[in-house]
Structures are given as structure tokens and as C-alpha cells.
Design a protein around this ligand. Sequence first.
Ligand code: PEP
Length: 238
Amino acid sequence: MEDLVSKIIVANWKMNGSGEFIHSFFSTFTNSTDNRLIICPPYPYLSQVKSHGVTVGAQDCSQHTSGAFTGDIAASMLHDMGCSYVILGHSERRQYHAESNALIREKAHAALDAGLTPIICVGESRAIRESGNHIETVLNQAKESIPSGTGKFMLAYEPIWAIGTGLTASESDIAEMHTALRHLLPTTPLLYGGSVNKENAKTIMSTPDVDGVLVGGASLKPDDLMAILDFKTPLGNR
Ligand code: PEP
């Protein structure tokens, strides 16, 4: 029988959901305790999602530990809430909140200090891809955003033009980028994100050097998320 290995699935719910939505989601979703799954709901719903036995992550944290930073949330507070992970540097934070690589690195250090595992996002715009500089751009983003030292983190490659657009990078585009990232980060779990769904997840998760996926839109549909969790891929492709 073929040896099978499972991949990491990070569900990014972005600013979606409500108490009622979560109640209804978990009346269908039966994989709550699957240890490959991390659900990242908006801050106010972390406890409600966690109460279903799911490993939870936040979608951002402050670089500061405490103080006069109205509206911000410290990594230690997320840890107190039972969070184990935090997404950092998502392209929507980079774009709408002007987050720089240096800031993301600071946040990553704050997360590690609080006992959270950062999931650091990188990815190129369509213009950069068309210019042919995508590998160099993403490697630089990664080098400048990841924490220094030995703290453990995950890296998610998310081409901006594939997020929420229904466009997915091709298998060879993903393989090319993940091979380059693997040279830089030999032991870091590497995730792919960008319009992952139940139709394309198996192919993406079977691509060399892809250790898992970061799923946005499809992760809000319990049946689709269960279908994605159903895939197992052969060992030895990383
Ligand atoms: C994301 O939230 O990072 C993402 C990849 O979203 P989607 O799957 O909807 O493209």
C-alpha cells in the first residue's frame, strides 16, 4: 500500500462570518478535530470556533506587546484566547494597511515571543509576474519578512493575482516558486494560496515542495472544506 502523508490546510475566513454562520457551519462540518486544519476566523469569533475543538489562528497581530495602540491586538492576547497560529503579511494587509516587510518581521518576532506560530504570506502582483521578476521579488519579500533566529514559522506563497479571483497559478508556476523557496528555507512548511478549491486542491497539494494550502473563499463552505481535507498525497514529493 502507498504511504500517505497529509498536508496542512489553513482556512482564512477574512472578515466574514457571524455567530449564526458559525453555528450553522459546524452543524455540517465534521472534521473539527483534524490536526491538519487551522481555521483563522475574525478575532471576535476565535473562542466560538475553538469551542468546536478546532485549532485556531488569528489573521494579524500587533508588533507591540501592550500600550496605547487603540484597536490593535497583542500576540499574547491571542495566545490567551487559545490561538496557536497567526497569519502575517497577507496581501490584503500589505495593500490596505501599507504593511512593509520590516513590519511583518517585527510582528513575526512578537508572535514567536508570545508562543504563536506565524504563517507569513508573500506573493507577487500581476505586473511583477508579467515583468518576469516574480522569483526574485518573492524571495526578497520572504528574506525580509521572516524572523531572524531559530523560531518556527510557515510561509505561504500567494500570488496576489490569484487571491479571490478564481485564477490559480499553474502547477508549473507553483512548482517553480516553491522550488526556489525550498532552496531558501529547506525545513519550513511551504503553503500555496490563491483560489484553492475542492476541484484543484488535490493537484496543488501533490505539487513538489507544497506542504499545504491556505484557502480563503472555499473554506467558508463546510462541504468544500471537508472535500479538501479528504485529499491525501503520496510521501516523497518534497
Ligand atoms: C486568501 O485568503 O489568502 C486566499 C487565498 O483567498 P482565496 O482562496 O479566496 O483566493
